[in-house]
Design a binder for this molecule. Structure first.
Ligand code: AMP
Length: 191
């Protein structure tokens, strides 16, 4: 299955992705991770991407799409994958549909980890990581609300969205994630 996990910064996507890839035995495609690797390797794409990432802004689509497309073509993605951090905008969602359609594939389901803004800020302050500069964090939340939230509507209209309460323990949240995955599996079998 091809599943997308969507959530604002600080929603706990990392933990749930880790558990989900173990459950589904599919590769984890995180564009944030791919970009950080490019930055570490100081590739031209990485150097360009860093100027946006440092500000908490989205990197231009042309830097992302080729990277994702190459990854989707790899043989380990044939049986499915977990997409994390992509798509992040409506144009990216349309591009993804197009890339998959060309290979007779589709997105099977989208999980939204819903966490109220106040709670995200509270978590960020409690965590105080180096990259959690309050201003940059605010930019990342704003970019989620303006550019990524419209995706929820896009997938909801296709009947593919499962919105999950992102409050609670990691175990409780994972229970909800598993319920959503079972629903996607039934839908994929046409039940
Ligand atoms: P993440 O680890 O998913 O939060 O991504 C870290 C940063 O990488 C984001 O704040 C963006 O600057 C950039 N990024 C990751 N995925 C995308 C994407 N799909 N489109 C644009 N920028 C992205």
């Amino acid at each position: 299955m091809r599943i997308i996990l969507i959530g604002p910064p600080g929603a706990g996507k990392g933990t749930q992705c880790q558990r989900l890839i173990e459950l589904l035995k599919v590769p984890h495609l995180s564009t944030g991770e791919m970009l950080r690797a490019e930055v570490r390797d100081r590739t031209p794409a990485g150097l360009e991407a860093a100027t946006y990432m440092d500000q908490g802004q989205l990197v231009p689509d042309q830097l992302i799409v080729g990277m994702v497309n190459r990854r989707l073509q790899a043989s380990d993605c044939r049986g499915g994958c977990l997409l994390d951090g992509f798509p992040r905008t409506l144009p990216q969602a349309e591009i993804l549909d197009d890339l998959l359609e060309r290979r007779a594939m589709c997105v099977d389901g989208v999980i939204e980890l819903a966490v109220p803004r106040d709670e995200l800020v509270r978590r960020m302050l409690a965590r105080k990581r180096e990259d959690d500069d309050p201003e940059i964090f605010a930019n990342r939340i704003a970019s989620f609300e303006v550019q990524t939230a419209p995706l929820l509507d896009y997938y909801s209209r296709q009947g593919k969205l499962a919105s999950i309460d992102g409050l609670g323990t990691a175990d409780e949240i994972f229970e909800r994630v598993q319920t959503a995955v079972k629903r996607f599996a039934r839908a994929a079998r046409g039940l």
